[in-house]
Design a protein around this ligand. Structure first.
Ligand SMILES: NC(=O)c1ccc[n+]([C@@H]2O[C@H](COP(=O)([O-])OP(=O)(O)OC[C@H]3O[C@@H](n4cnc5c(N)ncnc54)[C@H](O)[C@@H]3O)[C@@H](O)[C@H]2O)c1
Length: 348
């Protein structure tokens, strides 16, 4: 069987990890790269021996030798680039968030369904082993009925400037937790209340706090802010990363409860600059290779295309619904009113 020819758009901080993972995935040829930053494009392409190099993502999308495209470009470009890729009939993996509005996300889903291509969104936590083990227990019924879920995703203060005027915090970080919530409960969110903490007048609030009710009766609290101090233990310590995501998930059921602490790495390193607990599960880099959940989700993307089946882990409807809930969270913070979500008009 010939290799699946994959093109990657965006070789920035996260795209470089995608490139390293794709370059070593069995049955895959990382056949083309695109980035508007010429020197960066050359460096990453040379590193992985990729010949086709484009400064314009639309040229990569127009390369008819490609079977599939991975988009790791800035969030605000996803919808336009994804629309172009789907119009060309390419299988598509989009980093989260898949689009900036629920309408746009729904359009992408419909377009993918109509053209029969595989569309997957980078909800990486579904592929992280602790979350998968928890999910297995929850769906097997061992937790009984889910009573409450708390999600925390607090990021380094120093990372805020990069996103402050580009994307709202809910779309940048909380979409991960919204998707987790839908996945773990298998239920719809029907009520959203939220508040923001703001220090400036940026597009993104520095803090975002939401209380959600699911149709199942479960209540969820989500929190994301950008105040983790510089000297907090760093779990992002790769070439392109430096900082901390202080994340946590707590699940209470009528029979069991559980928690996952994102900073509880078994590896602790102390340096003169501060302490580190390097990520060993999401996208650890070792000898130029990327392992963990990022690699596993790309492998699932490729296998879903090869076997012409849906992913058993990723869920496009949930990714679309996450954007709908993100919109409701932003709306509730803006108006100060709760938002009731009606039935989902389109689903599988
Ligand atoms: N799943 C996760 O946990 C996770 C983590 C980090 C980032 N991400 C997502 O990955 C995506 C990329 O994030 P990042 O942190 O790597 O951003 P980044 O800014 O570091 O990289 C973006 C790259 O796109 C290039 N680019 C910008 N405009 C372009 C254009 N018009 N045409 C071609 N290239 C262009 C830039 O030169 C840059 O190299 C975002 O959607 C982000 O939300 C996901």
């Amino acid at each position: 069987m010939r290799s699946l020819r994959v093109g990657l758009a965006g070789v920035g901080r996260f795209g470089r990890l995608h490139a390293a993972a794709l370059a070593r995935l069995p049955g895959v040829q990382l056949a083309a790269l695109a980035d508007s930053d010429g020197p960066l494009l050359e460096t990453v392409a040379d590193r992985h021996g990729v010949e086709a190099r484009y400064r314009d993502v639309l040229d990569l999308i127009g390369d008819d030798s490609l079977d599939a495209i991975v988009l790791a470009t800035p969030d605000e470009l996803h919808f336009q680039q994804a629309t172009a890729a789907l119009t060309k009939g390419r299988h598509l993996f989009i980093e989260k968030p898949m689009a900036g509005t629920w309408r746009e996300a729904s359009l992408l889903r419909n377009q993918a369904k109509e053209s029969g291509v595989h569309l997957q969104v980078g909800m990486i936590l579904r592929y992280e082993m602790s979350h998968r083990l928890l999910y297995q227990q929850v769906v097997s019924g061992r937790f009984g009925r889910l009573v409450s879920i708390q999600c925390r995703r607090n990021c380094s203060r120093t990372s805020f400037a990069k996103i402050a005027d580009r994307i709202h915090t809910v779309y940048r970080t909380l979409v991960h937790d919204i998707d987790l919530l839908l996945w773990l409960t298998g239920s719809r969110v029907d009520l959203v209340m939220s508040l923001e903490y703001r220090e400036g007048s940026h597009l993104a609030p520095e803090g975002c706090f939401a209380l959600l009710r699911l149709e199942s009766g479960c209540v969820a609290q989500l929190e994301s802010s950008w105040f983790v101090p510089e000297k907090a233990p760093a779990n992002l310590v790769g070439d392109a990363w430096n900082g901390c995501i202080d994340s946590g998930l707590s699940v209470v059921g009528t029979c069991r409860s559980a928690r996952i602490e994102g900073l509880k790495s078994p590896l602790q390193v102390w340096t003169d600059q501060g302490s580190q607990c390097p990520d060993a599960v999401l996208w650890p880099e070792l000898d130029g290779q990327v392992h963990g959940a990022l690699r596993d989700q790309l492998e699932d993307f490729v296998l879903s295309i090869r076997q012409a089946r849906r992913s058993t882990v990723a869920c496009l409807d949930s990714a679309v619904e996450s954007i709908r809930i993100a919109e409701a969270i932003v709306d509730s913070s803006r108006t100060g009113n709760p938002v009731r979500l009606g039935a989902t008009p389109q689903s599988d």
